[in-house]
Design a protein around this ligand. Structure first.
Ligand code: 5GP
Ligand code: MG
Length: 485
């Protein structure tokens, strides 16, 4: 999972500071590596491991000129977090193209093979954006490059989309030709388009979430539709086409966990979606006759669920856990021990809120059970009389192959245990999960992907494909561990 940003302005505009600002606002989407490319006569690429601020330190961004550019923050679900796997990626043949992408290509083994054997390109990294880029470059190569038309570009993207399986949202600069944004046919990952009016004409931007538009004063225009391709030509004319659309399957985990609460995606406020999900949790709390004294959240992603639940059952909401914000997301750590250690340092209970109380604690999800087990333990140490652990997402039973980091089924606690067993394992008096029917009832029939809850994958994915995705993830963890020792 990653965050992407792109900007297309007229000569004289300085894109780099805005790209860096946007990446800072999208940092929650990935903290392994960051990168930026600008274009002015040639590409200027700066990328590396770490946070956006690590990238900024020591780099001479004042020399990074160009009115056009791309940025990326990466959370690696494929390939190690290393400089070679950091995005953006660039090719120089048959023309200069720079690209960033968010998502996960599921047929990467086949694609790697066909890119090598049919397109004669060597894949240098473990990042699937390289495959998308080479596939697109090979299609463009078949066109008349001296007079490339919008139709040629749409045709090249459509053929590329037909070769790729999985989730991808890509942004690309085609040197001296224009700017591209395109989505997989199911629109699994979000992309929003925005505009800023300047005296020289409109400046266009594309991003994973709207949060960065607010900060940069871009006006939100719209979301990309499933399979949509937007091409802005060198005269700044915007062309759009949908050649490969299928029913929409937007990743529901974007609303539950991944996106920031101030973003608006598919015309819905992420904060409001979390409140709606929180209200639904109240039904199950009532059905089980639980009467907590206080509802608390696991900061920061669970606030809106907890607040809405508390209101719905008429119990006070309180902040019961303090969070040290100077730690990265604990989930990213590759071993259980490392994760436990980070969780321990990251969260601390506020004793006055917890002591002597029946505490309902709400988190966005339970994946492996590491975080929840530790939190229950902390709350008991702080004197909680009873602990009800409430997950805003339904039980996660199936691996995500589209970029959320849950690719190995053996690690998913709900794939092996019942609710009562999970309560026992994590030490809670009760565990309550969102009911999948309730979650689904919030959205139109064709809107979201719920595959991690019900195994209903919107794209073709075989058992071998699932195993390959899990293996990629495990391999990159193993390499990551050996790197960090
Ligand atoms: P667990 O400790 O059960 O393995 O994971 C649950 C915790 O991980 C929750 O607090 C949730 O906020 C977080 N989480 C769930 N999915 C993801 C993900 O894909 N990436 C990251 N970084 N964290 C996640
Ligand atoms: Mg969390």
């Amino acid at each position: 999972m990653c965050g992407i940003f792109g900007i297309y302005a007229r000569n004289g505009y300085n894109a780099a500071p805005e790209i860096l600002g946007a990446l800072n606002a999208l940092q929650h989407r990935g903290q392994d590596s960051a990168g930026i490319v600008t274009f002015d006569q040639t590409f200027q690429l700066i990328k590396g491991k770490g946070l956006v601020n690590d990238l900024i330190k020591g780099q001479k961004f004042t020399e990074s000129v160009g009115a056009v550019g791309l940025g990326h923050v990466r959370y690696s679900t494929m390939g190690t977090p290393s400089e070679i796997n950091a995005q953006p990626f660039i090719v120089n043949y048959p023309m200069g193209i720079a690209m960033v992408h968010n998502g996960n290509v599921t047929n990467f083994n086949e694609l790697r093979k066909s890119v090598r054997e049919i397109n004669h390109r060597l894949v240098m990294s473990a990042n699937d954006v390289e495959l998308i880029l080479y596939a697109l470059a090979a299609e463009l190569e078949t066109k008349n490059l001296f007079a490339l038309t919008a139709d040629d570009v749409f045709d090249a993207v459509a053929t590329t989309q037909n070769r790729i399986e999985g989730a991808y949202s890509a942004l690309a600069i085609i040197a001296d030709v224009g700017f591209l944004a395109f989505n997989d046919p199911h629109g699994i990952r979000p992309v929003v388009m925005g505009r800023k009016l300047t005296d020289a004409g409109p400046v266009y931007a594309f991003a994973s979430e709207t949060t960065c538009f607010d900060y940069l004063s871009f006006e939100f225009m719209r979301d990309l539709a499933p399979g949509e391709v937007i091409f802005i030509d060198k005269h700044h004319q915007v062309h759009s086409r949908i050649l490969t659309a299928k029913p929409q399957h937007f990743c529901i985990f974007e609303y539950i966990y991944f996106a920031r609460e101030d973003s608006i995606i598919h015309s819905r406020s992420v904060a409001h979606e979390r409140s709606r999900m929180g209200q639904l949790l109240a039904q199950e709390v009532r059905r089980r006759n639980l009467s907590p004294d206080v509802v608390i959240d696991v900061p920061s992603s669970a606030f809106f669920f907890a607040e809405a639940l508390a209101n719905a059952i008429n119990v006070p909401y309180a902040r019961g856990l303090a969070k040290n914000n100077f730690f990265g997301r604990s989930f990213i750590q590759p071993t259980i021990e490392m994760r436990q250690n980070t969780v321990r340092q990251k969260l601390n209970p506020i004793r006055r809120i917890i002591s002597g109380k029946k505490v309902a604690v709400v988190d966005d999800s339970i994946v492996r059970g590491t975080t929840s087990k530790h939190i229950v333990h902390l709350l008991r140490e702080a004197g909680a009389r009873e602990v009800y652990f409430i997950s805003a997402s339904p039980p996660i039973k199936y691996p995500c192959v589209y970029g959320i980091d849950m690719s190995d089924k053996t690690q998913l606690i709900a794939s092996a245990y019942s609710e009562a067993e999970i309560a026992n394992l994590i030490g809670a008096d009760e565990v309550i999960y969102q009911k999948i029917e309730d979650l689904i009832s919030l959205y139109p029939k064709e809107f979201a992907c719920y595959a991690c809850f019900n195994g209903d994958y919107p794209t073709k994915i075989s058992i071998e494909g699932l195993q390959a995705v899990a293996k990629e993830r495990l391999d990159s963890n193993i390499q990551f561990i050996s790197q960090s020792i």
